[in-house]
Design a protein around this ligand. Structure first.
Ligand code: FES
Length: 188
């Protein structure tokens, strides 16, 4: 005959195994299941969220496939372009991803670094903060449009002469900014 000590301990059947979680009685097994489920949700959640935001970023940055796209006519470096873009596409993304004018760089994408600076009607702007659709009819100049054929713009030559390139990543933005800066000073 089995003695009391030979009976395996049944934690579920044991009334003492009930835990009180947030004021509700729960069994240990239920509690562990809930903790495991919550941990999985915490672990997977950020991945799902980032996948969703990447999808959204793709829709806004590629700008070609959206069904609610609008047509915009841009004049860039003296050439006319007609584009169908998602209205949320920035000028920087339209330049780089649609027109392959990759001289303007994406650094912070938040208007803080200036790597994306282009000239619009002679004024410098951060193209990452400006929607492409707002530039209908504007004269846009990027770094690709400063040189005259093989002849560099004087500001480009000055950067070379005075070793102003540094790593080179944001240099196009700096040169565009410098061109407008000198013009602004000349205009008073
Ligand atoms: S990418 Fe940094 S200001 Fe536009």
């Amino acid at each position: 005959m089995a003695s009391e000590s030979d009976v395996p301990f049944d934690s579920e059947a044991d009334g003492l195994s009930e835990l009180s979680i947030l004021g509700y009685p729960e069994t240990r097994r239920k509690f562990i299941k809930q903790v495991a489920g919550t941990s999985a949700a915490i672990a997977i959640g950020p991945n799902l969220l980032s996948a969703a935001s990447l999808d959204q970023a793709g829709a806004t940055s590629a700008g070609g496939a959206a069904s609610d796209s609008v047509e915009v006519n841009l004049k860039i470096n003296g050439k006319d372009y007609a584009l169908d873009v998602d209205p949320r596409v920035t000028l920087l993304d339209a330049l780089r991803e649609r027109l392959h004018l990759t001289g303007s760089k994406k650094g912070c994408d938040h208007g803080q670094c200036g790597a994306c600076t282009v000239l619009v009607n002679g004024r410098r702007i951060n193209s990452c903060l400006s929607l492409a659709v707002t530039h209908e009819g504007d004269e846009i100049t990027t770094i690709e449009g400063l040189a005259n054929g093989d002849e560099l713009h004087p500001m480009q030559s000055a950067f070379i002469e005075h070793d102003g390139f540094q790593c080179g990543y944001c240099t196009p933005g700096q040169i565009c900014s410098a061109v407008a800066c000198v013009k602004e000073a000349a205009n008073g």
